[in-house]
Design a protein around this ligand. Structure first.
Ligand SMILES: *[C@@H]1O[C@H](CO)[C@@H](O)[C@H](O)[C@H]1NC(C)=O
Ligand SMILES: *[C@@H]1O[C@H](CO)[C@@H](O)[C@H](O)[C@H]1NC(C)=O
Length: 346
């Protein structure tokens, strides 16, 4: 009886040990220790490419990163993402699976989740959202999302700013219902979706926005209203983009990088398009069919440092000789744009 008990408890202990300390046989675990006497450790667990039966998988405590990519997983339930190791998870990779519907609430136990990769799935529908999670990066690229309610990104409490990558979906619309809390997303990647217009992202303190490869044909005065914190805007590879209306970018006073490359149907950019871009440092116009740029581009873009015009044609700002202004009694540097290929006239 005693022996049995002992055996039982040893088994229980072993089980505990298995759940808590050791790595699942098929997965690859890598432990990193930090701190005095290695008192603090983080474990990365790679369970990729093992097939759908790998879930639910028990992971060691203090797992910081779990890779469940390329497993042919079709659905994920909240119960799958719970257990000792999951509470410490800061990064979860579910890319390259077959998930068609994503209910964001399955991640609700992952209180420290910062990075979530859901790219290359079959996600058409995203419900319930990621509210309450301190997400720093969400990759929803290469899915089939038709519609997204920006409520899914709402932060319930004033958590850390987070970024969301929705690139390469089949996103058709982004809607936003009345929000009780401001959105705090810093980086949003909506590349490769089916957006036909720029979604209303007002009230989000976005810093990075990518709308590449969407069937947007017109950028207008409403497109970027209120996005005054935006630093980086990518509007590249837009097969239908023909028009950027005057004053469309005027709210983007902090924008430093604007990528308009590979827009084959974009033929003109009026001077008024650049209105308000006082911080813009880099402008990429590679592979556009622009015939000219406004002659006063340097006055329009007082902070500009470099413009990529064509393949192998890069232009940058130089200070010409200083002129002494007798009237104002000070030297004034005169700026000019120079390109590394002769014959480019701006
Ligand atoms: C997730 O896994 C995929 C495939 O293994 C990999 O390409 C991707 O970089 C991973 N994502 C993150 C955020 O590490
Ligand atoms: C999402 O999952 C939660 C928890 O399992 C459930 O209560 C909720 O109804 C689900 N939402 C939808 C729209 O399916």
């Amino acid at each position: 009886m005693m022996a049995f008990l002992l055996e039982g408890s040893v088994a229980a202990l072993l089980l505990l040990f298995t759940t808590v300390k050791t790595c699942h046989l098929s997965c690859r675990c890598e432990e990193q220790s930090f701190g005095l006497f290695d008192s603090f450790s983080l474990t990365r667990v790679d369970c990729s490419g093992l097939g759908p039966n790998i879930i639910p998988v028990s992971i060691p405590v203090e797992t910081s990163s779990l890779d469940l990519s390329s497993n042919g997983i079709r659905s994920i339930e909240g119960a799958v993402l719970s257990g000792p190791g999951y509470t410490t998870l800061s990064s979860l990779n579910l890319s390259n699976n077959l998930i068609p519907v994503m209910n964001g609430s399955v991640f609700s136990k992952l209180r420290y989740l910062e990075t979530l990769d859901l790219s290359w799935n079959a996600i058409k529908i995203l419900v319930e959202g990621f509210s309450g999670l301190p997400l720093a990066e969400v990759d929803l690229s290469h899915n089939r999302i038709h519609e997204i309610n920006l409520n899914v990104f709402r932060v319930r409490d004033h958590g850390r700013p987070f970024s969301v990558d929705l690139s390469y979906n089949l996103l058709k619309s982004v809607t936003r219902s009345k929000l009780s809390q401001p959105l705090n997303i810093q980086s949003l990647n909506l590349a490769g979706n089916e957006l036909t217009s720029v979604p209303n992202l007002q009230d989000i303190s976005l810093r990075f926005l990518t709308l590449d490869d969407n069937p947007i044909s017109v950028i207008d005065e409403q497109s970027f209203v209120g996005l005054k914190y935006l630093i980086h805007l990518s509007l590249s590879l837009m097969p239908d983009l023909q028009t950027i209306k005057p004053q469309s970018l005027q709210d983007l006073q902090n924008l430093q990088v604007l990528d308009l490359s590979n827009n084959k149907r974009l033929k003109t950019l009026s001077a008024e398009v650049f209105h308000g871009l006082t911080s813009l440092q880099e402008l990429n116009l590679l592979n556009c069919w622009l015939t000219s740029l406004p002659a006063n581009i340097l006055q329009l873009l007082p902070s500009i440092k470099s413009i990529v015009l064509k393949e192998g044609v890069n232009c940058w700002r130089i200070q010409k000789q200083e002129r002494f202004h007798r009237l104002v009694r000070r030297k004034e540097a005169e700026a000019a744009l120079t390109c590394d290929v002769t014959g480019v006239i701006l």
